[in-house]
Ligand binder design. Structure first.
Ligand SMILES: Cc1ncc(C[n+]2csc(CCOP(=O)(O)OP(=O)(O)O)c2C)c(N)n1
Ligand SMILES: [Mg+2]
Length: 319
């Protein structure tokens, strides 16, 4: 599907929403309102671009840095905040980190905390689709820090051998906590590894929402047609430290961060919307204004929402 103005504006709205959510969530976490937050600020083009064009039957599995995907797939800001605050009305009923929430209606499968462990599970989701002769495709997100884990190799290899309907989507932000990619990854390239599995692959600019959308759609179509998995390496950068739990920046420099901020994915799309005449500055400002109000309202609501009653902790738990 080629993109028209309405698509670009919708992706812009989602990116603006995710950016505002990221700004507010980061500040609230630093203020001690909830335990810890792995901010995705700077990486908003990825959830917006990947999820635009997915059907609600398609599956996404995220990592610890993927709350934008929940928003892009249609989880409300209220629900995501309620999950972070572990409040009673949250989709997780206050029991597990919101990173692990599932919402089957929206195609959101539960994630995991162990880096790389989500990949074999995502391959399992794609295997289920194939065995059931369904047409949905699974998107498996992972970071550059996951690529040297054994379970990543096992999951990708199996998916390639069985031609499963899955897209392996590596968000390469060049660091795993404070460890730069080059210090841990032999061969000098993540994407080069896809050749070892016989998979089509691409490196894309992860701050260009259109490039993210197009690469994902190509891979999704291939998977849906029964031709098997693809591998996308998406280059990007997180604007905030690894988490709000006191992670210090050992390796990343202020100059490097400033360079990536000049490549802001939201501003970049806005520049192109204005140049193409798809929107006026006043229209874009109005989008941001509405989102500021919506996010502020969601925070107000979650602050006064009740915690779950203790017995809820044992609901749906297999013992
Ligand atoms: C197996 C395992 N080792 C270590 C950790 C601690 N840990 C959590 S996130 C993270 C960094 C992951 O880096 P990357 O995959 O590049 O994702 P990013 O944080 O950059 O988005 C680490 C080491 C973990 N959760 N699981
Ligand atoms: Mg990383």
């Amino acid at each position: 599907m080629s993109l028209v103005a309405a698509d670009l504006l919708e992706m812009h709205r989602k990116m603006a929403l995710i950016r505002r959510f990221e700004e507010v969530a980061f500040e609230l976490a630093l203020a001690g309102k909830f335990a810890n937050y792995h901010g995705g600020m700077g990486q908003e083009a990825i959830p917006a671009g990947v999820c635009h064009g997915l059907t609600s039957a398609d599956k996404t599995m995220i990592t610890h840095r993927g709350l934008g995907v929940l928003l892009a797939r249609g989880v409300s800001v209220q629900d995501v905040f309620a999950g972070l605050y572990a409040k009673g009305p949250s989709p997780t009923r206050g029991r597990i980190p919101v990173y692990h929430m599932a919402e089957p209606k929206l195609g959101i499968l539960a994630g995991t905390s162990m880096v790389g462990s989500v990949i074999p599970l995502a391959a399992g989701s794609a295997l289920a689709a194939k065995l059931d002769k369904r047409k949905d495709v699974t998107i498996s997100f992972f970071g550059d820090g996951a690529v040297n884990r054994g379970d990543v190799h096992e999951g990708i290899n199996l998916a390639a051998v069985w031609k499963l309907p899955i897209v392996f989507f590596c968000e390469n932000n060049f660091y795993a906590k404070s460890t730069p990619l080059a210090a841990t990854t032999a061969g000098g390239s993540i994407v080069a590894r896809a050749a070892g599995y016989g998979l089509p692959s691409k490196v894309i600019d992860g701050n260009d929402v259109v490039a993210v959308y197009e690469a994902t759609q190509e891979a999704v179509e291939r998977a849906r047609s029964g031709a098997g998995p693809s591998f996308i390496e998406c280059e990007t950068y997180r604007w905030t430290p690894h988490s709000t739990a006191g992670d210090r920046e050992f390796a990343r420099t202020a100059e490097e961060l400033a360079g990536w901020k000049r490549r802001c994915p939201v501003k970049r799309l806005e520049k192109s919307l204005l140049e193409q005449g798809c929107a006026t500055q006043a229209q874009l400002d109005a989008v941001h204004e509405q989102i500021r109000k919506d996010v502020a309202q969601a925070v107000q609501w979650v602050e006064s929402a009740p915690y779950a009653e203790p017995p809820v902790a044992l609901e749906n738990v297999y013992r």
